[in-house]
Design a protein around this ligand. Structure first.
Ligand SMILES: *Cc1c(COP(=O)(O)O)cnc(C)c1O
Length: 427
């Protein structure tokens, strides 16, 4: 932790105590162990290449340090409120007061399994709005649990149109409709609010499921106001924490549908029957065991959530910073001559950019040169265009902590790389 970060942490801790008496001040932005170690030099991660793939992303020193908490019993009175804090702060991130969080060791993918195993009974209909790679995978997961899956596919770089959604919902009755908020394979941002409105109007009983693995904390999501029944995510993208936790919030309506299901839940580990009492117990300050939570990761998640919900910038400012950085990033790369995968800037994600390689250049011309400049970006993922494009993340710390200068570093490296690659071709 650098001195600035220490100050920031103290400010956050104070503001928590002053403004949010319901949160337990004794928990742990300052766990006793961290205090004991504070006499040592503040923790600072070692120099490393800048990780700007669309997740995992760069993690703050104090979040990594929280992960290095001494090993704790998952049922200890010290750990219980850490879990409770994570549950409460996650609601704030999604602007919901009634949603039920599920925090379960796993990755974002486990969110699909939770939806498929708990909300869809075998033989029921599911509609997948497909704006890229992650739509294919969600559909595959739903089918694995016995759902009848239909898909509405957008063209590469597009989002599914409201008209097509309406048409599909009119033909058949669906138990769930799923959409990918930011499809990480294309950088397409779907209009979750508009889709939810359409579903409510045309097929009010259908549950709206939002795969927001790549958008939570970098794109605004108002779960309650928009009427989204499930938001599923993971820690390692906009939430700025190491990977390892499936992060899901279900509406009360989704829980009612779950409780009234006729057939048994089709998963053991992903069963809400097992996990709901655990989440409720921890939130009430009681430990309860089904399967061991990732204790250290929860300390890290608590620290990152505190930055996001109680720190500076505010949550609203955080979203604005992502929009500003994205506009600047996309304009600069367009000026350099890169074309973007999203067909319309209106539905381009704010936390990442997907770029086609310029004519005559390929991944091997660009990506290794960026690595030489200590910038790690991601290659293509969407099968139809895999060799033709690459992806750069600009979310979380890289955008919010402007003093790091990450966005400018990426842009500078990209400009130099392009010049070198072109020169090598004409030589
Ligand atoms: C990354 C991602 C996933 C999968 O998450 P994992 O943590 O890798 O399992 C699912 N959906 C979207 C939109 C993603 O970006």
């Amino acid at each position: 932790m650098n001195p600035r970060a220490v100050n920031k942490t103290v400010t956050i801790a104070l503001s928590r105590v002053l403004r949010t008496p319901t949160l337990r001040p004794a928990t742990a932005l300052h766990p006793p162990h961290a205090r004991a170690m504070a006499s040592k030099p503040p923790f600072k991660q070692e120099p490393h290449k800048l990780l700007v793939i669309p997740g995992p992303i760069e993690v703050a020193d104090d979040v990594l340090y929280a992960n290095a908490h001494p090993s704790m019993s998952h049922v200890s009175p010290e750990f219980v409120p850490v879990f409770g804090d994570c549950i409460r702060m996650l609601r704030e991130v999604l602007y919901t007061t009634t949603g039920q969080p599920f925090l379960i060791a796993g990755s974002g993918t486990l969110g699909w399994d939770q939806v498929a195993a708990n909300l869809v009974e075998p033989g029921e209909n599911a509609l997948v709005l497909n704006s890229g790679y992650f739509g294919d995978s969600f559909a595959d997961c739903l089918a694995t649990y016995g759902a009848n899956v239909d898909q509405v596919k957008a063209e590469v770089g597009g989002a599914v149109s409201q008209l097509k959604i309406e048409a599909a919902l009119t033909v058949k009755k669906y138990k769930v409709i799923t959409l990918t908020h930011v499809d990480t394979s294309t950088g397409v941002l779907s209009d979750a609010k508009a889709v939810a409105e359409t579903v409510r109007r045309v097929s009010p009983d259908t549950l709206v499921i939002l795969d927001a693995v790549c958008s939570v904390a970098s794109e605004e999501i108002r779960q309650e106001e928009w009427g989204i029944d499930v938001v599923l995510s993971a820690t390692q993208k906009g939430l700025g924490t190491p990977p390892g936790l499936s992060v899901l919030v279900a509406s009360q309506r989704a829980l009612q549908i779950f409780k009234s299901r006729k057939s048994p839940v089709t998963s053991y580990y992903a069963s809400w029957q097992k996990w709901l009492p655990i989440m409720q117990a921890y939130e009430e300050g009681q430990a309860k065991y089904f399967a061991t939570p990732p204790v250290n990761l929860m300390y890290a998640f608590q620290q990152s959530l505190a930055h996001i919900t109680k720190g500076t910038p505010s949550l609203e400012q955080r979203f604005q910073l992502h929009r500003d950085a994205s506009r600047h990033f996309k304009k600069t790369v367009s000026d350099l001559g890169f074309k973007q995968v999203p067909l319309d800037p209106k539905f381009a994600a704010n936390g990442m950019t997907a770029l086609y390689f310029p004519d005559g250049l390929t991944a091997s011309d660009i990506l290794p040169r960026l690595v030489e400049k200590n910038i790690v970006v991601a290659g293509g993922l969407h099968a139809a265009i895999r060799e033709k494009y690459f992806r750069i993340g600009h979310m979380g710390l890289s955008v919010v902590d402007k003093e790091r200068g990450d966005v400018e570093k990426i842009l500078k490296a990209l400009k130099e790389t392009l010049a070198e690659a072109k020169a090598s071709k004409s030589a």
